[in-house]
Design a protein around this ligand. Structure first.
Ligand code: FE2
Length: 268
């Protein structure tokens, strides 16, 4: 039997053990909270945090794509608009194509109402190899000054740049130079097909009305041989070769010079 004193000692000891146990429990409990960061349970807790993390990221990601989508959508249409705008140059190209075609197709055939220049006999007095010269007039040469001028065109009314107009004729007395190139010469049509050569009004000779012989050659193309006549000539009615289609239009030029205008239209 224990005495009251001994019983008290034992109870005190038991009580201390219990206190110690409680303290230890409290310590562990506190350790679990304070030292959790360095223990496995924390890692167990972190996944939870990590899991929570994606959640906020998700909205962010949702926002970003949205933002990305917006600019992209804005940019794409813009970029799409650009090609559309590029289509404008295409329209410009169409205009350019139209412009490029215009000289070839539009005005020319529409405004074209020319008649092919009739071919006429060369006659017995042509000499090949006449010189290139803008004036056949020589010092002291008798006769009324005439400038034979006009255009060289195709039957599509296209001016023939570089066409050669070869002219020969009788002098004021109706005589051809068969030994040289007097009153014989060639000129070249300009970029618009214009030609001009200064000469004199040809004289009359038996059987023929007043006329100038011509050979017109398109570069790389055919040569047309014909003759030019003058209005109000009595012999026009009796000349069997005369063709009214080859009558020049007469007008007065500067210095008393007569302008005899006629176009030459060749098939090409
Ligand atoms: Fe002649």
């Amino acid at each position: 039997m224990l005495g009251a004193k001994e019983s008290f000692v034992i109870k005190s000891i038991e009580f201390r053990k219990l206190g110690t146990a409680l303290a230890a429990f409290a310590f562990i409990a506190a350790g679990c909270s304070a030292g959790g960061a360095n223990t496995a349970p924390v890692a167990t807790t972190l996944p939870t945090v990590t899991t929570a993390a994606p959640t906020p990221v998700a909205p962010a990601a949702t926002t970003v794509p949205a933002a990305m989508a917006a600019p992209t959508a804005t940019t794409v249409p813009a970029a799409m608009a650009a090609p559309t705008a590029t289509a404008v140059p295409a329209a410009t190209a169409t205009k350019a194509a139209t412009v490029a075609l215009a000289p070839t197709l539009a005005p020319t055939p529409t405004a074209c109402s020319v008649t092919l220049t009739p071919a006429q006999t060369e006659g017995p007095y042509y000499l090949a190899g006449a010189p290139m010269k803008a004036s056949l007039v020589e010092a002291g040469m008798a006769g009324t000054r005439v400038i034979l001028t006009g255009r060289v065109l195709t039957n599509q009314c296209v001016p023939v740049a570089g066409a050669i107009v070869d002219v020969w004729q009788a002098d004021d007395a109706g005589v051809y130079d068969l030994k040289g190139f007097r009153l014989r010469g060639k000129v070249t049509a300009d970029a618009q097909g214009n030609y001009a050569i200064e000469t004199i009004l040809p004289g009359l000779y038996p059987g023929r009305t007043r006329h100038i012989h011509v050979k017109v050659t398109i570069p790389g193309g055919p040569t047309l041989t014909s003759q030019v006549y003058f209005p109000n000539e009595g012999a026009n009615r009796t000349d069997g070769i005369f063709d009214a289609a080859m009558l020049a239009k007469m007008s007065d030029g500067a210095g008393g010079v007569k302008m005899a205008t006629i176009d030459f239209v060749l098939k090409k």
